[in-house]
Design a binder for this molecule. Structure first.
Ligand code: COA
Length: 574
């Protein structure tokens, strides 16, 4: 038995959020972690030979681990289901079946899928949310707990428990991936709860195949809409026949259900080569639908503002954390309105799943000129960053409930304080997107926090960082909150304390003085111009790496190799 520091190979279909989180958690505990993306069996065999792992952990696989690998090296599969649940669509079924509790299980790889002996499991309460949201939060936290518990068991010399020894009522039930025909919405019969459950169980992938007007589309990003009574009170809504498309607001479309309505935020045309887009962009014919007013303050508002005492809270719940030029423009207007309020602190809450992931690559991809739209989007997100940097009438806090990446992570650094949940994953770098240089004033905000040497290192090495690792590197000021709810409550309390602190005025003065000093040393406009000069080359220059990388990212193209900085076992290998 090997105890202490282990050589661990992560084997995954992609370096998704859960895999990044495990990478960070295991490395943080001193294990020697490397990654191989599951591209071909021989490549996996080669990775095992090169890394010589004590253990292979598979957090996110779409294929079986080769038998000769799991027979030679212990291999743990992280299954997003309770012990005994088996199959490739565990969370889909849990949502569809209205489970109140669900879980994550770590089991030994074996000849049958998800049928190996169980090392550990963790459970969590289900929430009314999409599959992707449950995966990014509760499932990811559960996976970390279960893998750590399994490591403890292994270190203590324990053996895993055979599935057959578990409760026979639940043990070993195989659930196949639901077919589209099983996911289909019957608009005449399904009530709003059922419609939402079907859509959420298929979000973010594969979506529910349906149609927007007459265009076959997969539907995503569903939210409960207004009740029938509210709909009838609105003039332009002619028919509330179940399934009827009622109107649009922003880029979302409202559709009647048997007993209410649902907003559909995103859609993907059913034809090949299409990708997910805001619904009105995916289906331009929807422009003929009537524009609808907000049916109440919280009726699918992407940007929400509220106040508690001296503190304003601005949430921007952009799907997948992607911020198009139009969304950035709306956020600028919301920031201006929040700045004008008589509050002392402004908390920037971002979204629940992602605080922000930077410019909207899908909207850019869909534009007539991707270069022009990239240029427009980067200017618009820079405007957001600039507003935060120049906001001198109050203290600002970026409160990271969810992950942030690329321009979205740097946007957070524009705030005076950055608070985060300890387990969020932050990617402070741009290079993965076709060697982008990046903007959002990162050349000002990053060295200001960590110094030039460390800034260069972060950008070059591209490590995913946990919130608590980012804190120890000075990128984040404080981490707290085991759950999203705990985090939100503590953010509110800390922000209130900041607002009522005896030295609040002194802190504001110091902030203004520092900004003025920094401006004299090098104006913000100069940082922006220098960054954008680099970005312009990526958008319009002879090297098209960014356009190629974005195209592959948006179309979810499979990986053809593992990046060298993650496949650490390949360092020096030919
Ligand atoms: N624009 C559009 N969509 C984006 C996006 C962006 N900037 N960033 C993430 N997404 C989408 C993904 O396409 C995916 O969509 P889907 O699940 O609906 O299919 C979803 O958000 C989750 O992304 P995923 O990559 O699966 O999440 P992750 O947690 O595994 O990885 C990142 C997070 C930030 C590392 C990764 O999403 C990323 O590299 N994003 C691009 C960031 C970027 O380069 N921005 C532009 C420069 S500012």
């Amino acid at each position: 038995m090997t105890t202490g520091r282990l050589r661990i190979l992560l084997l995954a279909h992609s370096f998704n959020g859960l895999t990044q989180r495990l990478w960070c958690e295991l490395a943080d505990r001193g294990h020697d972690v490397s990654l191989e993306l599951d591209i071909a069996d021989d490549v996996t065999r080669e990775a095992v030979r090169l890394h010589a792992p004590d253990l292979v952990v598979a957090p996110f696989l779409k294929r079986a681990v080769p038998e000769d690998v799991w027979r030679r090296v212990p291999c743990w599969i992280v299954h997003p289901g309770i012990p005994g649940d088996r199959g490739p669509a565990a969370l889909d079924w849990a949502i569809r079946e209205g489970r109140r509790e669900w879980g994550v299980t770590v089991l030994e790889a074996s000849a049958d899928f998800d049928a190996g002996d169980v090392w550990a499991s963790a459970s969590f309460a289900m929430r009314e949310a999409t599959k992707a949201s449950l995966y990014r939060d509760e499932t990811t936290n559960g996976a970390v707990s279960a893998v750590l518990a399994a490591l403890d068991r292994r270190a203590a010399g324990a053996r895993p428990t055979p599935l057959a020894a578990l409760d026979p009522a639940t043990a070993g039930t195989w659930h196949p991936a639901p077919k589209q025909v099983e996911r289909r919405i019957d608009w005449e019969r399904d009530d709003t709860d059922m419609v939402l459950a079907k859509l959420r169980a298929a979000d973010s992938t594969p979506g529910v195949l349906d149609a927007v007007l007459d265009e076959p589309c997969h539907l995503y990003d569903a939210n409960r809409g207004p009740a029938q009574t509210a709909l009838r009170a609105v003039g332009p809504v002619a028919s509330v026949r179940p399934g009827a498309w009622l109107g649009r607001r922003g880029t979302a479309l409202l559709r009647a259900t048997r007993d209410g309505s649902v907003w559909i935020g995103h859609a993907r045309r059913a034809q090949s080569e299409s990708f997910k887009l805001p619904a009105t962009l995916a289906c331009p014919a929807a422009a003929t639908l009537p524009g609808l007013p907000a049916f109440g303050a919280h009726d699918r508002a992407e940007i929400r503002y509220r106040e508690h005492g001296d503190v304003g809270h601005l949430a921007f719940e952009f799907h997948n954390g992607a911020m198009s030029a139009a969304q950035c423009e709306r956020l600028c207007a919301a920031l201006d309105a929040a700045a004008a309020r008589a509050t002392r602190v402004l908390v920037l809450e971002g979204g629940r799943d992602f605080w922000s992931n930077g410019v909207h690559l899908n909207v850019i991809e869909a534009a007539d000129s991707a270069a022009d739209e990239s240029w427009r989007n980067i200017q618009a997100i820079d405007d957001v960053a600039e507003r935060i940097l120049r906001l001198d009438g109050k203290l600002t806090v970026a409160a990271l409930r969810g992950n942030a990446g690329a321009g979205g992570a740097f946007l957070a650094l524009a705030a005076d304080r950055v608070w985060a949940r300890p387990g969020v994953v932050l990617n402070f770098h741009y290079r993965n997107m076709g060697n982008l240089y990046g903007s959002e004033y990162w050349t000002y905000t990053l060295p200001r926090r960590v110094g030039l040497v460390e800034a260069r290192r972060l950008i070059d090495e591209r490590p995913p960082l946990l919130g608590r690792q980012a804190e120890s590197r000075g990128l984040v000021d404080a981490t707290f909150g085991a759950t999203a709810g705990d985090f939100e409550a503590e953010v509110a309390a800390r922000a209130q304390a900041l607002a009522t602190a005896a030295d609040h005025a002194a802190q504001l003065d110091a902030k203004r003085e520092r900004r003025e000093e920094d401006e004299r040393a090098k104006p913000l406009a100069q940082y922006r111009a220098e960054e954008l000069a680099q970005m312009r080359r990526s958008f319009y220059g002879f090297d098209t790496s960014y356009h190629v990388a974005r195209h592959r990212f948006v179309h979810r193209a499979p990986h053809s190799w593992t990046p060298r900085h993650l496949a650490r076992h390949r360092a020096g290998a030919t």
